[in-house]
Design a protein. Structure first.
Lengths: 402, 402
DNA sequence: GACTATTCGTCATGGCAGTTTACAAATTAG
DNA sequence: CTAATTTGTAAACTGCCATGACGAATAGTC
């Protein structure tokens, strides 16, 4: 019961799953869930026309989903048009829930999201995790998880899985933290430390932030680049509505794109990496500040107050980001670039130089840059929603449960 | 009958195709074709175990495919093991064929590939196309296509579609050449110029070259970056066995990744783009040569002879490529980087500095760099094979024909 | 050489999934 | 009040794959 929740897209040709009638049924159950979930409330007939099946077929699918407690009947729709009004269906607000957890440098957070996408329980705790060993951190996090799970259960929800966002690189097994520089964790298998019994996924906070943007953002396209600098500068690449993870799961390492090939040496071995210009440490040094806990908040405050050094530091960081993003945009041709995480709060001072750089270096119309509306809570929401999406993607797996 | 041949991967959730029994049948027919095609020759029982269906189901699928002329029975297999020997099945060498065409700066080429992947007819013609208007070029190409099609028909093959590789950017409609600097074509819709009646796809030669590498390369992974400098420096990104095209179809524009942000101005509007260091013009100037027709051949020859200037020029180009690829590798985490097209022939002098640069700028083990074995004929083969793949991907579309 | 074990291809049967067709129920338009 | 329209459901139908059994063809064994 500890399988990876979110599988990558099915291979187009190679060794594919057998295509049997049961698989067909499962996919159609998922289509019904997605259709209802996307619209909030839909009649059987509307679902049928939306997913291309007949009303009769949808009826049997819906019956099953109602029996499983995943859909519920809201009663007759308000009849706006001629004809018998349909019976509104909605995703159930009880039953399976997604537990999202976040390990930050100075905090831990957990929340529970129901199938409708609503946050139903949450817990946040300040916690100085920089350089702390994994075991006590996970122990503390487990306490929060159990509390949130208990709160959720009081609302007729049961956890369908846990997804944990961490500030570091995660292997493709979805459990092992390969490298988290700000925590000083290396090759740590969180699967053995976290409570078992629930399906578990661990992923980079940038990835979860991007998924949140994809699923919850207003008008976010299916192809975009999500940049989020928490400590290092991470990015997530979303292609056709799915995350691009890379062979080892390390895709999106924007922070080590060369910006000035002869620039200052970087711990990664290179010279002039983006992180040397736009990383937290570089920016704080350029701004004449000591690195401290809520540096981003301080930077925003000082910039707001008109501190010239801080503004110059952010402007230069924006320029460096623009150079690196020019390369990324040339390579990927995304529909937009989204600034998320801590960068969202600093965007007023980063954006001008960033956009200038991007526009000047692009032949045609430049790729638009948007600012995330979710900001710093993206990763936590994305994590919780990833569990919910897994249920919507294959409702049959939770059929047995209440 | 002029639909895009190669559709992008099916959306994971959004607006998906209905999942009906006919669709299931079609997918299973495709699975059988792919299984047989991948192994060259396979018995019904082997196919069944490979794709996860029962022998009985495979039998009916195979019967149908044989009736359509897409598979043929080779007779009993050589019995190596105990038990009744199976009856070997193979993809038919007659029936549908893929027509690939290539528009180069100084040549035109067309070939026909049967379902087995064998080249069955071809035609090449030297042709100075630089700056020539589209109409006469396409007219000339159409002549070659008709000749190859006639040759193919004499071998019991009929064209199932045409795929054209062009040295430029192609819109996502798969017909319009947005920009081909070396031909000086802009926004040219080849769909109206090429012979109608056959399904048509137009794509960048770098993309087709990458697909050829993917389908025909020996041990090529499903995630890689294919770099091919013909005139500009293009790249194709292959993710999970599929091309990453980008929103507008412009993905892979490696040539305009900033290498030195304050470097020489580039026509694209930027400064210090890769093309300013590793492009054909830049390299020829650095090597002290005049740009001429077969510049690549000349460069290789001189380098072979030990010309110091040429070798230095290529070494510097390799360094610039290494810097740009460091960014790309950080962003995409591919399994390998493949040097294709003209770069393959120059690799002995490019690779050392390229790999050094890549290794020094990478923290862990550097991404391996391979050299394409297909070299300059990749795009043409990839184009023809893309048509063949389309037939294997959905055999039902050619059911009616002989 | 006969016998057994094994594997292959096929056939008949059955279960399952969505479609087709028909119909009652519920609403709007006239 | 009647006609038109739309919804949801039930019954019959078609299509697809699974199951189980069988003959056919091979290798190994006595």
């Amino acid at each position: 019961m500890t399988a990876p929740l979110h599988e990558t897209r099915t291979p187009g040709a190679g060794r594919a799953l057998p295509d049997t009638q049961q698989g067909m049924r499962r996919r159609n159950l998922a289509r019904v869930m997605h259709a209802v979930s996307a619209e909030g409330s839909l009649s059987r007939a509307a679902v049928a026309s939306r997913i291309g099946l007949t009303r009769a077929a949808v009826s049997t699918l819906v019956d099953e989903l109602i029996r499983w407690g995943l859909l519920e009947e809201l009663g007759p729709e308000r009849p706006g048009r001629v004809g018998r009004p349909g019976s509104a269906l909605a995703v159930s607000g009880r039953g399976p829930a997604g537990i999202g957890a976040e390990i930050g440098v100075d905090h831990l957070a957990v929340c529970a999201v129901d199938l409708r996408g609503a946050v139903r329980a949450r817990a946040v705790r300040h916690s100085a995790n920089r350089g702390r060993a994994p075991e006590p951190v996970i122990e503390e996090l487990t306490g929060l998880i159990r509390r949130v799970a208990a709160d959720a259960e009081r609302e007729d929800l049961w956890p369908a899985g846990i997804a944990v966002a961490v500030p570091g690189l995660v292997a493709r097994d979805g459990r092992t933290v390969v490298r988290a520089p700000n925590l000083d964790w290396h090759d740590t298998d969180l699967g053995v430390l976290l409570p078992s019994g629930w399906p578990l996924t661990v992923d980079n906070e940038a990835n979860f932030g991007a998924l949140a943007e994809l699923w919850l953002g207003d008008g976010t396209p299916r192809d975009f680049l999500h940049v989020s600098a928490e400590i290092g500068i991470g990015a997530a690449v979303v292609v056709d509505g799915g995350l691009l993870r890379g062979t080892r799961g390390f895709a999106g390492e924007l922070g080590h794109i060369p910006v000035r090939p002869d620039g200052p040496a970087c711990p990664c071995g290179g010279r002039g990496c983006l992180e040397q210009y736009a990383g937290e440490e570089a920016v704080s040094r350029a701004a004449g500040l000591e690195p401290r806990e809520d540096l981003v908040g301080l930077l925003a405050e000082r910039a707001e107050d008109g501190d010239a050094d801080v503004r110059a530091a952010l402007r230069d960081a924006g320029t460096a980001l623009g150079i690196a993003l020019t390369g990324a945009v040339n390579l990927l041709d995304p529909e937009t670039v989204v600034l998320g995480g801590a960068l969202a709060g600093l965007s007023p001072w980063l954006l001008p130089s960033l956009e200038t750089e991007l526009a000047e270096r692009t032949a045609g119309p430049a790729c638009p840059v948007a600012v995330s509306t979710l900001g710093p809570q993206g990763p936590l929401l994305g994590a919780a929603h990833s569990v919910v999406r897994a249920v919507l993607d294959d409702p049959a797996v939770v059929a047995g449960r209440s």
